[in-house]
Ligand binder design. Structure first.
Ligand code: AMP
Ligand code: ZN
Ligand code: FE
Ligand code: FE
Length: 281
């Protein structure tokens, strides 16, 4: 029998992934994954539809989300797992993020307009066709730039226009790491530092490691084993859960293949049992 593997970091077309929940879960099942978490940016809209699909496939689906946060000007992504995604705390926090993003996107489109690139909000909402998307962000703007052949790749769109400090970049209203952890806890979930190796400033790492997280993403798509070790050691010292996932985005990020990083059964069960133990179920 194949070893149990669960990918705890995947995006769907409810944010900036290219797959629907059905496509993602079908792929996971075909690959023989034993469990999965959908962690869309700033939304839990893929649930509960995804849960009923997963149930019919007999694939354990752990509720998840990836929140965008800020620590003293540095972006920090925070994974929330096993929370009550229907709770007021989680739903209203996601709504707040959607409002923040709406304003942020408007400002970025205005900046592009100033550079002679005119994109309407309607056009942005229609990227990829008729999709029940909730979270719109820079990858969607990048897709329009690519379609218009103003750039030759999504990467180039970030390098020239959308990356931090580039002419069309705008951070938007910031949400702190502390508040994000608090909201995840209020929703009954576990808060995990996502892809810690992408945080470049040492001070930020040092300071967020002192915060009341429950876990750290020690296994990540293209992170090499020697780099993983550092985060696993740090997380273990704190008694935190060591999570892992591929950051799968379908063809929006083809290098991150589903299942390229995973957790074992004991880690998955800690989170999944926590979810199953909630009274709200
Ligand atoms: P946003 O949530 O709007 O700030 O956009 C963040 C998303 O853009 C994440 O999914 C990242 O993977 C993606 N992203 C950030 N930087 C780059 C880059 N240089 N090239 C391609 N995608 C990127
Ligand atoms: Zn993404
Ligand atoms: Fe992320
Ligand atoms: Fe992600």
């Amino acid at each position: 029998m194949n070893e149990f593997r669960a990918d705890l970091h995947c995006h769907t077309h409810f944010s900036d992934g290219s797959c629907s929940p059905l496509e993602l879960l079908t792929l996971a099942k075909e690959m023989g994954l034993g469990g999965i978490a959908i962690t869309d940016h700033d939304t839990v809209a893929a649930y509960p539809t995804a849960l009923s699909i997963a149930k019919s496939m007999e694939l354990p689906l752990l509720p998840g989300v990836e929140f965008s946060a800020d620590h003293r000007g540095d972006p920090v992504h925070i994974l929330g797992y096993a929370m009550d995604f229907e709770s007021n705390e989680i739903q209203s926090f996601c709504d707040r993020h959607q409002q923040r993003r709406h304003h942020r996107n408007l400002v970025m489109l205005k900046k592009l307009d100033g550079l002679g690139i005119k994109i309407t909000y309607e056009e942005l909402e229609q990227v990829g066709g008729d999709i029940p998307r909730r979270t719109i962000g820079r990858p969607h703007i990048a897709m329009i730039l690519l379609k218009r052949r103003l750039v030759s790749s999504v990467r180039e769109a970030f390098v020239r226009y959308l990356g931090e400090g580039k002419p069309a970049f705008y951070s938007g209203k910031k949400v702190t790491v502390e508040e994000t952890i608090d909201v995840i806890h209020q929703g009954g979930g576990k808060a995990v530092i996502a892809h810690p190796h992408l945080i470049t400033r040492n001070r930020t790492i040092r300071e967020i490691l002192q915060m009341p997280f429950d876990g750290i993403e020690g296994f990540y798509a293209q992170m090499s084993c020697d780099r993983e070790k550092k985060w696993i050691t740090l997380g273990k010292e704190k008694g935190w859960l060591i999570t892992g996932g591929s950051d799968f985005h379908g063809n929006m990020k083809p290098a991150n293949s589903l299942g390229s990083s995973c957790v074992d059964k004991s880690t998955f069960d800690i989170l999944y049992d926590h979810y199953l133990s909630h009274e709200y179920r």
